[in-house]
Design a protein around this ligand. Sequence first.
Ligand code: NCD
Length: 325
Amino acid sequence: MFLYSFKMHHLISMQDIKKEDMLKILHRAEFMEDVCNFKVKYDKWKDIVLGNLFFEPSTRTRISFEIAMLRLNGKVSNFAEKPSQTSLEKGENITDTIKVVDSYCDIITIRSPNAGTARYASEISGHPVINAGDGSNQHPTQALLDIYTMQKLKGKISGLNIALIGDLKYGRTVHSLISALAMFNARITLISPEDLRMPSFIIEDVEKKEDVRINEIYDIDVKDINKKIKEGKFDIIYLTRIQKERFADVEEYEDVKDAYKITKDMISDNTIVMHPLPRINEIDREIDNTKNAAYFAQAKNGVPVRMAIIDYLLENFYGDKVFVQ
Ligand code: NCD
């Protein structure tokens, strides 16, 4: 009997990544920090071109992918951020856009307002594709940098009490993060307004695959939650922005927009506060200069982690192919 081991060529969803691949990427990210700090020289991907395809607003993800590729000595072509600046506005079909970009580049990152676009791109592309966020579905590279940051700050994830708070319905970062946390045996609590609960299919997928029990609190009455946070019940609280752009009804957004706000006096000394950013008013700025704040460290870790992802996928894809230098 032959055993085929399929190498990971794309990063589309945390729901289908293997823990083994995740561990390799996280380990590689440490090496990439040394590359960023000029401790080691690494130019295996010199002149390889990344097509950075963003059809939705982005600051950190787009820029950190660009910097990641530049730090790997590769090159980057940034495609217009708004469909209105591309031929999509002229009625071009996304299939044609992806096919053409695929013929120009060696690896593609794609952000789209529509769930499923990155997976579709990986199916029609001849090169590795990385999902940089597809609608309210998945944001796997964010989950990897979140896990990396947690491990660095707490030394482990197994057994930690971690609360994911805010818009768990539309927030793609938490849809990816929950699967990753479960693989590391974290104790996960979901806290959201009732209307913004994590979709049940995601929770079911996690509980089916991993031996974890997800604790859900979906109540807009925040008193009890605040008490738990203040008492230090959570090692990490991961806040998310209420995803205004995904609401069909503005009034529904107005009802929940200020559901959770964390101030300095509400957290215990040992609680780490995380957020994928951008924040609106979920975290008071007075927390920024405390040792609790980890959101800028998260953003910083985005570069070495994305370098590791690009490096890993390119290596799996090109194998030992030698490029003429
Ligand atoms: C997040 C996103 O785009 O999903 N931002 C990010 O990539 N760091 C979170 C958000 O927009 O709220």
